[in-house]
Design a protein around this ligand. Sequence first.
Ligand SMILES: O=C1O[C@H](COP(=O)(O)O)[C@@H](O)[C@H](O)[C@H]1O
Length: 775
Amino acid sequence: SSTEQKLNGVSLIVIGANGDLAKRKIWPSLRELVHQDLTPLSSLLLFAGTRNPPEKTKDFLYSYFEKLVCPEEWDISTRQCWELNDKLFNSIIPVQLNDPESYGSLQQQIEALLNERGLAEEARIFYLSVPPFAYSSISRYIHNYSRPMSSYTKLRVAIEKPFGKDLSSAIELADSILGNLNSKEVFLIDHYLHKPGVSQIVEFCRSNPLLYSSAGLIDHIEIISSESIDVRGRTDYYDQYGVIRDMIQNHLTEILTLLTLDLSNLTSPSNRPFDLNAAKFDILKSIYPPFLQSAVFGQYSGYQDDLESDKGGNAHVNISTTPTLAIVVLHLQSPVWFNIPVIMVSGKKLGKRETIAKVVFKKTRHVSLRKKNGYCDDIVFTIQDSNGSSFITLPSNHNFNLPNDKTWTYNEGDGTSCSSMKTIPLGRMALKETYASVLRSLIRGESDLFVPLSNVLESWRIWSSLLLEYEEGKGEHLMIYNKSFLDNLRLTLNGSTLTVFVNSSDPQDNLVSFEKDGISFKSGNKTVEKIKEKIFGHFLYKFSRSSLAREISQDILDTAITSVQARDSFHLALPGGSSPADVYQSLVVDYKHSFPWTHTSIWQTDERCVPITSRDSNLFQLSKTLLAQVGVPYVNIHPLFPVCHKSESVLNEYASINYFDYVLLGVGKDGHTASLFPDSVNSSFSPFDNNETVKFVKLPLDYPIKVKERVTLSMERLVKARRIGMIITGKDKCHLAHVIESKDKHNSSLPFVQLLRKAKPGTVKIWMDRNICKK
Ligand SMILES: O=C1O[C@H](COP(=O)(O)O)[C@@H](O)[C@H](O)[C@H]1O
């Protein structure tokens, strides 16, 4: 009864009040609520909890609010802004929360203040703005020492994402929290649920339940989040999580559940209130976990630099395979959505900031991520464009119901870019900060706008196996992309296998233009590029010895296909020695029947001047291991041995073609490549100083190599190739890996390094045994 005489009050305790999230989001958002008169400070008990003594927290808050400027849109003077900051600052009570007793003292402090102000505490909210490892102990302290005494008071504990890293860690975390809190007390934050563009999806779908009965007409759904920002400054966090955990498991999956909700309950006669989270749970349950073949991963070019800069620039930073972009195809096991693929795309450092969800009606199985005319035939929910605005675009001939709500205004299309379209702008966000809406919903207890634990676990069930598969593959499916990536991307789906290629009629063009930026595309295969380091602008790939040969032979095949498509021929120069043997074997085993052998011409990079029947002859080995087993026409094989010991003019007749399409090279432990040996040995021969096509090489007698008379393509000739694959394998070559990965590479005169320096940046792929330096 005493409750009835009191005013409703809410206690809000921000734990981690001096942390990054509090500074960037929580305090500015609270201030916005106060400014908009949406949260009267008189009924709010506001605590700033840190591990520090209260005086220190007060000092922090003082200097923080002193510098906090007001957004221009508020159109208030500096003085008014300062007064607002001051008002908020004076309402915040700093508390030290570092042990169980401190939570007990907080309890007493709250009770005393409520009495003093004559407030009945409607809700007690703990906002855990702390790292995930602290969730469990803090929830225990709350339960044991700060739980409201009155059953009238609702306890709400707000927790940020990421909630775990995968299903098992999320279950463990949930268990430890649920030992102290009841599941209804846990409010997991997904700030996307508070974006007007997201909440309008449900409203639109509620007004148009027939959308779902037309699922038979829907071809697929796209949910695309393109961000222009990078992650510099927060790689400490990001590098451990990556795009699936950072954006897809939570925000994009939430959008998907809202878009595909089963709203049939809404129109059924039952009087039960519609349970949004339970309906979302049902959708989550129906999603098949995607496999690696239905996903493509990318990392923006420059990510490694961001990692290094965040580490202070000088520290050694391992190559990271954390993806900053992913494209994934999902399928739902539901009568309505069966056979309607959902394509999710999320990436950082792309050309623009835009989040859209698009329902694409049946026309074609090609997926274009571009706003072409076809765009007007689909329903597009623009959750946010680069200005933060949200709107819905509908086909002109639609008969959708527009929600009966004054926040919706309906416009005809402007007839310019997409004449038949009609648009519903949903206006600018009512609250500038999405987090202001998060806080307001927390205060109001709007649980539909938070994620229940059951749903977050279900979502991890969907994503964990993909993450595991990806991480076991250690980045072998990672491509490097640049900011124009989405504009040029085209995807096709065959079942759930995703194929990526560039939207151009000439595949060769695509290949050339994209390889410059570190990406090559090929139709028929989703794996586009593998993780690489750049060495003199070339690409370094590291694979286990067992997968290296296959990767190289696949690369040769891809180049062959595009060359034949473009020029009807493929000119391939091959070396001898031990390095390429496994590659030749893979070409035979994997591509005997699928390689364009009849269009291929085989050249030699170098040859030993020995009889062709000698085991030391490169051609002998090449014939045995490759040429005798595949269908290269005899006339297309160009042996080098006939020009041994010949005059310069004869030498130069070899390889009259202008460019090799692919030159494969090994590297010897002395750094030689083809038969270009280190100049430093006491040899009269210098392979680097003229423009000859082919060189005759006579090494000094004491040079530690078996056959000392050789012919070789010259450096000038080699570096002209369209593509060079350089193999570095063998335990005795660890020092070579150090050379190219060190700063000293610029001073090295070793022939293979010289070749890297001279070749046009981007033409060489260095294929290195990942374990080259392991004993
Ligand atoms: O949760 C996150 O969301 C942001 C994107 O949010 P938005 O409101 O700017 O669209 C993303 O940049 C961040 O990496 C992620 O942790």
